[in-house]
Design a protein around this ligand. Structure first.
Ligand SMILES: [Zn+2]
Ligand SMILES: [Zn+2]
Ligand SMILES: [Zn+2]
Length: 620
């Protein structure tokens, strides 16, 4: 270990004492998780805010020593949060602000409010540099915010100029000598990954978790767009992908062929020439689909939510593939174990976020659950499969019936009862059926039993008591898709839990009045939320101005359409319509007409999603 990193370590210890409570405001789930992980292990008490509003609330309510703010947040900007904070805070509430941004130029152009930040780190930033800087903060080399602002007001340049750090200005790279060189491993590969940022198994993420290099990369706001499995791995080995941020929503490229249909690309099965094109298209597809997953879902720690989002991004059903290699007889096309899938699909199905369809019925050994069974015809008496089937002969003349072998006399047939010779089939005799004789115990019968013998544990089970297991495939329901795109408002709503706290205040008051009218005079009303699941894509394609204009135009259109009966409020993520004298079922019945009216003459397709709530759904 170098002297440098020793210095930074002791500085970090000081940092955890001096900068005890840290607030991280960051909307990337991966960066959140990593920053939290690393700073917690350094002894800091780390809290996370997912957006600007939450950050402001937390900053005002509980004093923090340090606030690390992503500057570009989905709701308020970092500047707005800080400006509002200084307006409302108690005088002794003085956190140190550090900004993180992918666009330092835009940050530097934000005017006076940027002086509230002691430092801005350009994303992706060097994680060691952040830790070192926190070390210098802890030694008191930086003045508290108030002193800085007073200096600034007096025309003195701020003591900590706002700078973006020089790229690669790492101070403790020696610490990471053990991690493989990403650049080298990239160059060594034939093709396909040049344009992408792969997370390699097991170099970046191994059985023990993430490498320091990968953590550093992610903590500094760097992201990945694919997972490349370069050595044979089992599903259990990839477990970490489901525990950190939304890495489970990256395509898995399996170079080894071991994961089979659990990977997104089974590279050995793809012609060499087309691999690059296929991988490239997939990375693009996944990135676009990920952008439509609501932040709440991307940030969820619930494995069921993660599985649901994974199906959405992969736009595929959960399909069983049958194989004797698996003791259960089949496996699902997702990088989870079969028992995990069974538990999670059960929950998701109960919530009606997915629906199942019957695929097949398997029989299982009651002793060991194996489906590797030998199915056989057996003797009813002794369960021996050593059976012989023979025809029954019916002698017309004397009406005697018996098995063929009793009639055999050399090459002739002779009746054992009356000793006459049987010559012509259909004239002297016929064969009304078969009889099964057991060569083990001698019993004979016209029928056989079905039995199962387990190939794994040897236990025998009678056919009528064998356990069966039905296998299904699973697809997202409309509700599941809506949940992915719009977040918890969808699932909350069906449990009569539309979050009133999220509604604009005057709308809540209007709702309250409508509810009173409804109880007193049964006057119907409905509340319609309008979500924009494609918002992120639209923002990047058309820019915020056009999207905002179109959204306002959509509101105007609805206002014109419904006239005085409607109250319209624009929220951050949703717009709300309160429609007087219209029952929810009426709105639902004509939803296409309303959708068309709402979108008439819009310059861009906003792809709004309407959710309708009647009094019953709103107030239980
Ligand atoms: Zn006879
Ligand atoms: Zn027998
Ligand atoms: Zn068994």
């Amino acid at each position: 270990m170098s002297t440098n990193s020793k210095t930074s370590q002791s500085a970090n210890q000081g940092a955890s004492a001096r900068l005890k409570r840290i607030l991280i405001t960051e909307d990337s789930p991966v960066t959140q998780d990593i920053l939290k992980l690393v700073l917690s292990t350094k002894g800091h008490e780390v809290h996370i805010a997912h957006n600007g509003k939450a950050a402001l609330k937390m900053l005002l309510e509980e004093p923090f020593d340090l606030a690390l703010m992503d500057y570009h947040l989905p709701d308020l900007s970092g500047a707005e949060v800080v400006a509002a904070f200084f307006k409302e805070r108690r005088p002794d509430n003085e956190p140190i602000f550090i900004a993180m941004t992918a666009d330092p130029d835009a940050f530097n152009a934000t005017g006076t409010v940027r002086d509230a930040f002691v430092r801005v780190f350009a994303k992706p930033f060097d994680f060691n540099e952040l830790l070192d800087f926190m070390g210098t903060l802890a030694t008191g080399a930086h003045q508290p915010a108030r002193a800085r602002r007073e200096e600034h007001a007096a025309g003195v340049a701020p003591s900590a100029p706002v700078n973006s750090p020089a790229p690669n200005a790492s101070t403790a790279d020696e610490e990471y000598e053990g991690t493989p060189d990403r650049v080298v491993s990239l160059r060594a590969r034939p093709s396909g990954y040049e344009h992408n940022r792969p997370l390699f198994w097991p170099q970046d993420i191994g059985p023990a978790g993430f490498s320091l290099g990968a953590r550093k990369h992610m903590a500094s706001g760097g992201d990945y767009d694919m997972v490349v499995v370069s050595e044979p791995a089992r599903v259990e080995d990839l477990r970490h992908l489901w525990s950190l941020g939304d890495l489970n929503l990256l395509p898995i490229i399996d170079e080894t062929g071991h994961l089979g249909h659990k990977a997104d690309v089974d590279l050995p099965k793809i012609p060499r020439g087309s691999a690059e094109r296929i991988v490239q298209a997939l990375v693009q597809e996944f990135a676009e689909a990920r952008a439509s997953v609501h932040l709440e879902v991307r940030q969820s720690d619930d494995l069921a939510d993660k599985l649901l989002a994974s199906l959405y991004v992969r736009s595929r059903k959960l399909m069983p593939e049958f194989s004797g290699a698996s003791p259960r007889g089949f496996s699902y096309n997702v990088a989870l174990t079969e028992s995990e899938v069974r538990e999670l699909t059960g929950r998701l199905e109960t919530d009606r976020l997915i629906e199942k369809a019957f695929v097949d019925r398997l029989h299982g050994c009651p002793a060991c659950n194996s489906v590797r069974l030998n199915v056989r015809e057996e003797c009813f008496e002794c369960h021996s499969p050593n059976l012989e089937e023979t025809a029954i002969i019916h002698h017309f003349k004397c009406a005697y019936q018996g098995p063929l072998q009793d009639f055999k006399h050399g090459s002739d047939l002779v009746c054992p009862k009356c000793a006459r010779e049987l010559r012509h089939f259909g004239v002297d005799y016929d064969k009304p059926g078969n009889v099964v004789s057991c060569l083990a115990c001698g019993a004979s019968s016209s029928d056989t039993a079905v039995g199962f013998k387990c190939l794994d544990c040897g236990v025998h089970t009678d056919g009528d008591v064998i356990s069966t297991h039905d296998v299904f495939n699973y697809a997202l329901t409309d509700k599941g898709r809506a949940f992915i795109e719009e977040g918890y408002i969808v699932t909350g709503a069906t449990q009569n839990q539309l979050k009133f706290a999220d509604l604009p205040l005057d709308l809540v008051i209007a709702l309250n009045k409508a509810a009173r009218d409804y109880t007193e005079s049964a006057r119907p009303f409905c509340l319609v939320t309008i979500g924009y699941p494609q918002r992120r894509i639209q923002l990047s394609e058309h820019g915020p101005r056009l999207v905002e204009l179109s959204r306002r135009q959509l509101g105007e259109n609805l206002k014109n359409y419904f006239g005085d009966a409607v109250t319209i409020r624009q929220g951050t993520d949703f717009d709300y319509l309160l429609i007087d004298r219209m029952a929810a079922e009426n709105f639902r019945a004509n939803i296409e007409t309303y959708d068309e009216a709402a979108q008439s003459s819009l310059k861009i397709d906003l792809a709004p999603r309407f959710s309708v709530f009647g009094p019953g759904e709103l107030f239980g």
